[in-house]
Design a protein around this ligand. Structure first.
Ligand SMILES: Cc1cc2nc3c(=O)[nH]c(=O)nc-3n(C[C@H](O)[C@H](O)[C@H](O)COP(=O)(O)OP(=O)(O)OC[C@H]3O[C@@H](n4cnc5c(N)ncnc54)[C@H](O)[C@@H]3O)c2cc1C
Ligand code: SF4
Length: 329
């Protein structure tokens, strides 16, 4: 690992100033992704600005019923929080399905959103990779891409975003709160991660030196139920092959509200807007669910070895919708 300087920030302003003052500075939260990548030589920051002491670790309810989850709140604490478990089961389930207990005790909200792809070429500095070294090529397209994207990819990158939590947040219409040199702003989680296009080195729309301070989740639609499901290759900790989060409200046999997001199909959590259009106002019937999910997945462009992910996503989402509809009828 290359030598680096270390600064512990006491306030968000101090963190942003410290980051802006030192080219090559990076924020450090739980370190479970960043430090791993530093050991591999993929990341080599000059300075680490430790944000774990910023007191951004609360989970708070606002007067309008929305929830603010602090950037440095640990994944395990958020998953166990009574308001999260009670109102947003999909979020709690997504967090609990991620990594291992020890990792969830260290990993934070912001770090989880900003974790980098698990594409093996990205992690191997002996190989070309447009995300790690722009312009060097994408060996995954013709190489090992079994776990990579089937939607929204480009000739420059076919990586997926690995976060489970982000998928549930996308279905729940959460927003990311950012604090930067130019002030504060919010970005919907669905717009926070980018599709690769011709700039795959940029995972998100975050600006230089911007600090995530929190994630805000609006009140769950009244009467709705939600669930997260993850298909993976082993029962103990493993990244998803495909995952799905569903928020559903059925009234008198008709879909009154539906939100569906997929994980590990694309460079970002994939909010299934085309499927939702089919679902809204339609009978809550397995035929509707299949038609809706097929409409969404018609845009899939699988690579040589990952067509199975389209079938897996279809079965996962149709099954989840049917389960929730039966419970919510
Ligand atoms: C073995 C293993 C298995 C895993 N399995 C899963 C899994 O199944 N599902 C899953 O979702 N994840 C999984 N993970 C990933 C894990 O969830 C992430 O490593 C973790 O969430 C990152 O959080 P962190 O706080 O440690 O971030 P860090 O490693 O500290 O930081 C990650 C990135 O976020 C930036 N950052 C951190 N905080 C802020 C902030 N407030 N503002 C701006 N930038 C910030 C850092 O600069 C860095 O770029 C796994 C990890 C490992 C090692
Ligand atoms: S898919 Fe993206 S991350 Fe993987 S090798 Fe290609 S450019 Fe790199």
């Amino acid at each position: 690992m290359k030598p680096f300087a270390y600064v512990k920030a006491a306030t968000p302003d101090e963190a942003v100033r410290a980051c802006a003052a030192r080219p090559g500075a990076r924020y450090l939260a739980g370190g479970t992704n960043l430090v791993d990548l530093m050991k591999l030589g993929v990341e080599s920051p000059e300075v680490l600005i430790d944000v774990s002491g910023l007191r951004l670790d609360g989970v708070d309810e606002l007067p309008d019923g929305s929830l603010t989850i602090g950037a440095t709140a640990r994944n395990s604490e958020v998953a166990a929080h009574p308001l999260v478990r009670g109102r947003y089961p999909a979020l709690s389930q997504a967090l609990l399905s991620g990594a291992s207990g020890q990792l969830r005790n260290a990993a934070t909200t912001a770090g989880n959103l900003l974790q980098r792809t698990r594409c093996t070429y990205f992690q191997d500095t002996a190989k070309p990779c447009n995300k790690r070294l722009p312009g060097s090529g994408c060996p995954a397209i013709d190489g090992a891409h079994r776990e990579l994207a089937v939607l929204g990819h480009s000739v420059h990158c076919v990586a997926t975003h690995p976060s489970d939590m982000a998928v549930a947040l996308a279905a729940l219409d959460a927003t990311v709160l950012l604090h930067g040199p130019d002030g504060e702003r919010t970005v919907p989680v669905t717009d926070f991660h980018r599709l690769p296009g011709d700039r795959p080195e940029r995972d998100t729309v975050i600006r230089p030196d911007e600090l995530i301070t929190a994630v805000r989740v609006p009140p769950a639609p009244e009467g709705s139920v939600s669930r997260y499901r993850k298909a993976r290759e082993r029962a103990s900790y493993a990244f998803a092959l495909v995952s799905a989060a569903v928020v559903l409200d059925v009234r008198n046999g008709v879909v009154h509200h539906a939100a569906l997001a997929f994980g590990q199909l694309a460079h970002r959590p994939w909010r299934a807007r085309a499927a939702e259009e089919v679902l809204l106002g339609a009978p809550a019937h397995p035929d509707t669910f299949t038609r809706a999910v097929d409409t969404e997945l018609a845009a899939a462009r699988p690579l040589r070895d990952n067509g199975f992910k389209v079938t897996l996503a279809r079965n996962l989402a149709v099954g989840l919708l049917a389960e929730l509809a039966a419970e919510n009828a």
